[in-house]
Design a protein around this ligand. Structure first.
Ligand code: PMP
Length: 282
């Protein structure tokens, strides 16, 4: 694997990260994952715009423009010869002796990245997955794509131990998002999803799905719904850069609808696949 570290492309032996990196001490940084299909980045501009937005929300200066970040991601993809996979990029507030407050202005942020092979989750897309609800114990700025993922890690582990693919965060009885995905319920032909507030990450895939709904005249309500309402949905899906549009067929061991991927789910999946730079489907 070829990595990007501080302006240079290097193999793993050439990667040098300080033990004083604030990403390591505090999770003081932001990141993005951009999917590669058929040797092409998908929605790279949206991802890099969000990286800069996340950085700005935590008052971190990124030494690259959106276009430069896309260029780095493209280089990583090419140097690693990725056909289907993803590019990971992160920016931390740099290396400095461990004190909580920001380091001096002259401490540069550390920008790192790599690209790896990652096939589409074909089986999950076709058959659907199980999910488990968990209490949302995260902070109140879930709109920031921060490296601080302990709440998400704990939730995913709880789901994993229950034999589930994803954890669904519930805060004060309201369904928020997944530990690494956004959630949509479908009831009587209407698509419901939590509004893009400070309490969820406004996923790029979420935005693509909303765009698809508009194109297909599928009614959408970006509106809170409860855990009780979740169990009553006809269909349920989770979305993310790597999970795409994955049907959720059981939640807390209860079947959603008839327990198989539903018709609107399939319509959304089909429309989503059409947006991808694929030569062949599947
Ligand atoms: N919510 C959370 C908490 C996530 O970590 C992710 C994955 N990045 C998402 C939602 C989905 O975002 P995206 O579609 O941009 O991958």
């Amino acid at each position: 694997t070829i990595y990007f570290v501080d302006g240079q492309f290097t193999d793993k032996d050439g990667v040098r990260i300080s033990i004083d990196d604030r990403g390591y001490y505090f999770g003081d940084g932001v990141y993005e994952v951009v999917k590669v299909y058929n040797g092409e980045l998908f929605t790279a501009q949206e991802h890099m715009a969000r990286l800069l937005e996340s950085a700005s929300k935590v008052k971190m200066a990124v030494p690259y423009t959106e276009q430069q970040l896309i260029g780095i991601a493209e280089e990583l993809m090419k140097k690693n010869d990725i056909d289907t996979g993803h590019v990971y990029m992160q920016v931390t507030r740099g290396a400095s002796a461990r004190v909580h407050h920001f380091p001096d202005m002259n401490v540069p942020p550390v920008v790192t990245g790599y690209a790896i092979v990652n096939p589409r989750p074909v089986l999950n897309l076709q058959e659907g997955v199980a999910a488990k609800t968990v209490e949302d114990i995260r902070w109140l700025r879930c709109d920031i794509k921060s490296l601080n993922l302990l709440g998400n890690v704990m939730a995913k582990q709880e789901a994993h131990e229950a034999g589930c693919v994803e954890a669904i965060f519930v805060r004060d009885g309201i369904v928020m998002e997944g530990s690494s995905s956004n959630m949509f319920g479908i009831l009587n032909g209407i698509v419901y999803t939590h509004p893009a507030t400070n309490l969820i990450l406004n996923g790029i895939t979420r935005q693509v799905v909303l765009e698809i709904c508009a194109e297909l005249d599928i009614p959408v309500l970006e509106k809170e719904f409860t855990l009780e309402e979740l169990y009553m949905m006809d269909e349920f899906i989770m979305t993310s850069t790597t999970a795409e549009v994955t049907p959720v067929i059981t939640i807390d061991n209860k079947k959603i609808g008839s327990g198989v991927p539903g018709p609107i789910t399939k319509k959304l999946q089909e429309a989503f696949a059409k947006k991808l730079p694929l030569t062949v489907t599947g």
